[in-house]
Design a protein around this ligand. Structure first.
Ligand SMILES: Cc1cc2nc3c(=O)[nH]c(=O)nc-3n(C[C@H](O)[C@H](O)[C@H](O)COP(=O)(O)O)c2cc1C
Ligand code: SF4
Length: 722
């Protein structure tokens, strides 16, 4: 076995998956030649200028993607009637000729790296949040039925405030008349002609995601009784007219395709796969060059916001895409959490033709180059935390939790230092590893000092209840291993030692301090603090555990530690399904990210879990779209969630509290876990400052910021330190 193959096997990577013969081969959509089968899926990232034109920020964002080796970039929602129909304040516009020069500059930047560009022609219809916000008429095929939304249940006050402007005029729905339809068709055609003029290589008509064309296609949303409503042919009429007008505007040879909902999840009367197949056949006959498969959902159900086009379930759209592909002869493009190795296999088996990627590219724009180089282990993994898309929901620019350079390409670019220094990083958690990695890439000499016997810090514990975090842990460890960073494990940093090392700067990334909050009864022996729970699972030494766990538990945990089980989150997850030293009834005090993820983990292991919090808001630390899913999953796992609880006290095998009505209540429980009380801890930093070191702090020692906060602070500091 080659050294490289051996290394891959050790990292659990299947050697066969390193040969991406299908994904890397050139492809064609109509007359458009694409150098490989990898596409940046359309993502509206809220980065355009205030007048809708493409400026430096969005150009830098897309140029970085092109530099990463992708074959084609589809621009996010590009407004054909902008500002009307827009769903983001900084959406790209293509509604006026003055938008052409910015688009041209973007195209030139992308072309320099051999990638092609397509514009996603868009009108938001009912989902045009900007029309709703500014009081413009909201174009709809017909008045929508009033649904009962559960979105508010999962939202924090700050998110509701971003959504809802009390001074905004009331939304005005406008049912489109024939002349509006004619206007819209002409707007799509004119926009396509502008795209062509700007040198854009292709256009994608957005007929999905509940936007205007999709509302016409959807039997649930379209209640018209004229030529544009009722039968499938009638509902598809608007799309067919737009295709014909766009074709006439750009000519037969210009690459043109349609993004189509393959299904509306959770909408009984919504688009079915059979409808989608029929429409796909109609648009193929009308001369489009490909179908981009997507899906939509009942938007009143929070969980479904991660259950259709931007899914939490892996390969959520592949079966629909395969079914659509079977009835067409034009290429099929599909996104939706598909790993490159799997996409390679699907393309090889003829299930679809192009892999479209959204989040994976935000997490690592170099993914295509790494696939071509056969080094998938180097791809920085997306952890499916939904930070990126949740930002858009609250009207902010896109941001990636694991890749702070996304949307800040110029600002955070790693530039070689001309003043290399010796820098110590104390603490080997996500912030420490990330800053060490970045500083060493910039050419500094870095010593990373970790008190325990392995790198990972809180990311190790976070990888147990939420598996995608483990991929980030693995990637960060690999980057450190392959870097020039000198790692000192089992080492407690002291001023003396740092002096001996001769470092010129110190970065403290030692994480949060978890103090047991002042809850009556918290000292009882069936109550675990966050630190004790972590120590139990990670087989770390914690004096408090001796009193609280049986000799058998301690023996099992020590065996797990000695056999290496506790150093591998996947094994801990597996082992805990058969053995978990916790009783049937568990109460978790604290309903933020850690408490809720732990609740899910325990409920999946047949525990009856109650989560209680004095706050009226739950799920802080989770990004909106993921929070909506997790809260729904907890409901299905029969987890009881108690908010607004006062006077929480731990009594004999029960947790007592006063509910929001002022009534005394209690929960019978075998164990209590306190998932609260984490605060910043700058003690070491202050000591080192006192000893004369130039000292910086990042990560949770500055206040809990979770993975996104840790990685962002690391990138910022690595850029600022020169
Ligand atoms: C931040 C963000 C913005 C998105 N905006 C759009 C959009 O403008 N148009 C669109 O068709 N899909 C949009 N999507 C959906 C993506 O095109 C894609 O379908 C989705 O991310 C699933 O692919 P993935 O699993 O590779 O992320 C967006 C997704 C994200 C994460
Ligand atoms: S923000 Fe989270 S979900 Fe979005 S791309 Fe980055 S890691 Fe993935």
């Amino acid at each position: 076995m080659s050294a490289r193959a051996h290394q891959c096997r050790q990292q659990g990577i299947n050697v066969l998956t390193k040969n991406f013969q299908h994904l890397t081969k050139p492809g064609r959509i109509g007359s458009l030649q694409i150098k490989n089968r990898m596409i940046v899926s359309a993502m509206g990232v809220n980065l355009a200028e205030a007048d809708g034109s493409c400026g430096e920020r969005i150009i830098a964002y897309h140029e970085r993607q092109a530099r990463g080796g992708v074959g084609l970039i589809v621009l996010g929602v590009t407004g054909v009637a902008w500002p009307a129909g827009a769903n983001q304040p900084r959406q790209i516009a293509i509604s006026e000729d003055h938008h052409i020069p910015g688009l041209q500059a973007l195209v030139d930047a992308v072309h320099r790296h051999g990638a092609k560009v397509s514009a996603q022609l868009h009108h938001g219809g009912l989902v045009a949040a900007e029309d709703a916000r500014t009081g413009r008429p909201i174009w709809v095929p017909s008045y929508p039925a009033q649904g009962r939304s559960d979105l508010g249940e999962s939202m924090l006050m700050e998110e509701i405030a971003a959504f809802h402007d009390p001074d905004a005029p009331p939304p005005q729905l406008h049912v489109m008349a024939q002349e509006d339809i004619n206007t819209l068709v002409a707007q799509f055609a004119a926009a396509a002609a502008r795209a062509q003029k700007a040198g854009i290589d292709a256009v994608e008509i957005h007929a999905g995601h509940g936007y205007l064309i999709s509302e016409f296609l959807s039997p649930a949303m379209n209640q018209r009784d004229d030529n544009y409503g009722g039968s499938l042919e009638n509902r598809a009429r608007l799309l067919m007219e737009i295709i014909a007008a766009v074709r006439a505007a750009v000519g037969r040879d210009f690459p043109l395709w349609v993004k189509l909902d393959s299904q509306e999840f959770g909408r009984q009367e919504g688009i079915t796969l059979a409808d989608a197949k029929a429409v796909a056949r109609m648009v193929e006959a009308a001369g489009v060059d490909a179908i981009a498969v997507t899906a939509y959902h009942d938007s009143d159900r929070g969980v479904l916001h991660s259950g259709s086009h931007t899914p939490q379930p892996e390969e959520h759209l592949v079966a629909n895409a395969t079914a659509i592909k079977r009835c067409l002869s034009i290429p099929v493009i599909v996104p939706g959490r598909i790993e490159p190795a799997s996409a390679d296999r699907h393309i090889g088996q003829g299930h679809f033709d192009f892999l479209s990627m959204g989040r994976k590219i935000l997490a690592d724009p170099d993914l295509p180059n790494k696939v071509v180089a056969g080094t998938p282990e180097q791809i920085r993994p997306c952890i499916y935390c939904y930070c990126c898309i949740s930002q858009i929901y609250v009207l902010k620019s896109v941001k990636c939790a694991v890749n702070p350079e996304t949307a800040r390409e110029k600002e955070l670019e790693l530039i070689a230092t001309d003043k290399p220094r010796h820098i110590a990083v104390v603490g080997g958690g996500p912030a420490g590893m990330e800053v060490a990695r970045r500083l060493s890439l910039r050419g500094h000499r870095v010593t990373l000092i970790e008190a325990s016997n392995r790198l990972g810090g809180t990311l190790q514990f976070a990888s147990i209840p939420y598996q995608p975090n483990q991929r980030l842990l693995k990637w960060l460890r690999l980057q450190i291993e392959q870097s020039t960073v000198n790692v000192l494990l089992n080492t407690t940093a002291t001023a003396q030692q740092l002096k001996t090392l001769g470092v010129s700067e110190v970065i403290v990334a030692t994480g949060a301090k978890r103090i047991m909050p002042d809850i009556p009864g918290a000292d009882r022996d069936f109550v675990f603090s966050g630190d004790e729970m972590r120590a139990l699972v990670m087989a770390e030494n914690d004096p408090g555990l001796v009193r609280k766990t049986s000799a058998l538990t301690r023996l099992m945990v020590s065996i797990a530690a000695k056999t290496g089980v506790t150093s591998q989150p996947a094994l801990v997850r597996l082992a805990s399904r058969v053995w978990l030293p916790l009783g049937k009834h568990i109460t978790i005090i604290g309903a933020e990210l850690v408490g809720l993820e732990l609740a899910e983990f325990l409920a999946e292991r047949s525990r009856k879990v109650t989560v209680i919090d004095s706050s009226s808001e739950v799920g802080k630390g989770l990004f909106l779209v993921r929070r909506m899913r997790l809260l729904d999953e907890l409901k299905h796992l029969d987890v009881t969630l108690i908010k607004n609880a006062n006077d929480i006290a731990i009594e004999d095998k029960k947790v007592a509290y006063t509910n929001y009505r002022g009534q005394q209540r209690s929960i019978d429980t075998n164990h209590v876990i306190v998932a609260q009380g984490a605060t910043g801890n700058t003690e070491l930093a202050e000591q080192l400052r006192g000893a004369g070191f130039s000292t910086h702090t990042i990560g949770d020692c500055e206040g809990v910021g979770y993975i996104e906060g840790a990685i962002e602070a690391a990138a910022q500091l690595a850029m600022e330190l020169d």
